[in-house]
Design a protein around this ligand. Structure first.
Ligand code: NIG
Ligand code: FE
Length: 408
């Protein structure tokens, strides 16, 4: 595209620009531009203008029939969509009363998915990631973080990261890979510390060298890795130059404090955080990422999203899409339902799945419709932006633009 293009008209463009990165946001702080057009050039946004005025100045116009409202593309900052197999069998056990950790400690759960993911070829994994990411993008998610963590050995962790990287390059998908080799200890190692040492000495340097990921995650939990071992591992990963993120306080407290103290980009889950944990996290630069899909999948209460905001923290919302605790993977629906339950303003919910989620990924070029940002935006067929969350996720975008291109 050689000349900037004007796209519209939109009854409203909700830019999510110039909002606070931490603490509560009220809906009257939202910038809602009426009868607007989005001017883009290549993969970037030039400006948001009055559509009528814009047509007088610009020749290259993509004019749409109908009533639409535009928002920034959604950002899912925590998923595990690179996996093979299904855990419907575990789900049946869980709805029958079995616990997630009970199944895990019995050698099922994550271990079951590890077995199937190890058995899958690189091409099979690529096809699986592409299928899920494509569904996500049609539902408006234009940036997707994707974790490894079902390989748990050198070859299969690298295979997972390679599948994520190839899928991202081959399709119009923006996948942000994270190395979660420290998900649980695989059966091949007797001791958790031996496994983590193996990762630090063998896997992480190779991941770095091959440019497969610049992010490291760990599951800090009973039955996974304790706080002391996790601190050592995260410190070593940081020294190797990785950004950090933590599976924190899902069933027991400890992880979010570690994440905040060590300067992780985000602490994710927070269902079991204490009041003190939430306050501590809110006072740090670490984004709190809540995962309503995991609460729904496990039939457990939501994390205290409202409290995190009221204490002045940065709240992002993600799906945690994975075969075990969160098989649904519907970001808009989960954010809307969380918002209703936790009394989040519409602005806070949108912030959590756009620019505040971008912060959790250390991305400063997306999440709001501002000049210079990536032209990632989505359109809903309505005249009033409030309709979208009101429909609690059933109203899906009718058009999605990624890097300035309309996704077919
Ligand atoms: O975020 N809790 C740890 N990891 C994932 C679940 C992975 C799985 O069960 O396959 C989560 O919930
Ligand atoms: Fe997760």
């Amino acid at each position: 595209m050689h000349t900037p293009q004007l796209t519209g008209p939109f009854k409203q463009v909700v830019t999510l620009a110039n909002l606070p990165t931490k603490g509560p946001i009220t809906d009257d702080q939202l910038q809602v531009v009426p009868n607007a057009g989005i001017v883009l050039h290549g993969d970037r946004i030039v400006e948001i203008v009055d559509f009528e005025e814009g047509t007088k100045k610009r020749k290259n116009v993509f004019e749409m029939e109908g009533d639409y409202v535009a928002f920034p593309g959604l950002i899912d900052c925590h998923t595990h969509i690179c996996f093979a197999g299904s855990r419907a069998k575990d789900y049946q056990l869980k709805v029958g009363g079995a616990g997630y950790q009970e199944i895990l400690k019995g050698g099922g759960g994550i271990h079951d998915t590890v077995q199937k993911t190890r058995a899958a070829t690189l091409a099979e994994l690529e096809r699986l990631v592409a299928g899920r990411a494509t569904r996500h993008i049609t539902e408006g998610v234009t940036t997707i973080e994707v974790k490894s963590g079902y390989g748990l050995n050198l070859a299969d962790e690298l295979k997972m990261l390679e599948a994520i990287s190839r899928t991202s390059k081959e399709y119009l998908l923006d996948l942000i890979p994270t190395c979660l080799a420290a998900h649980v200890k695989p059966g091949e190692f007797d001791q958790a510390d031996e496994y983590l040492d193996f990762l630090v000495n063998n896997l992480l340097p190779q991941v770095k060298q091959e440019g497969l990921s610049n992010r490291v995650d760990i599951f800090v939990e009973d039955g996974a890795f304790d706080v002391a071992l996790s601190r050592k591992y995260l410190t070593q990963a940081k020294e190797l130059g990785f950004h950090l993120t933590v599976h924190a306080d899902q069933f027991s407290s400890g992880g979010s404090k570690l994440a905040a103290d060590i300067g992780a980009l985000s602490a994710d889950h927070l269902e079991a955080s204490t009041d003190t944990d939430i306050k501590h996290l809110a006072g740090s630069n670490t984004v709190g990422v809540v995962l309503p899909g995991a609460s729904m999948g496990l039939g457990l209460p939501f994390a205290s999203a409202r409290k995190l905001l009221d204490y002045g923290g940065c709240l992002a919302i993600a799906t945690d899409w994975n075969p075990g605790s969160a098989p649904m993977g519907d970001l808009l629906m989960q954010a809307a339902v969380l918002g209703a339950s936790q009394k989040l303003s519409m602005a806070e919910t949108w912030a959590g799945i756009t620019f505040r989620a971008a912060k959790a990924l250390d991305l400063d070029d997306r999440g709001s419709l501002m000049s210079g940002n990536l032209a990632d935006f989505i359109a809903f067929e309505t005249t009033d932006y409030r309709e979208v969350l009101y429909h609690q996720g059933k109203m899906k975008p009718v058009a999605v633009w990624k890097n300035g291109r309309l996704v077919e």
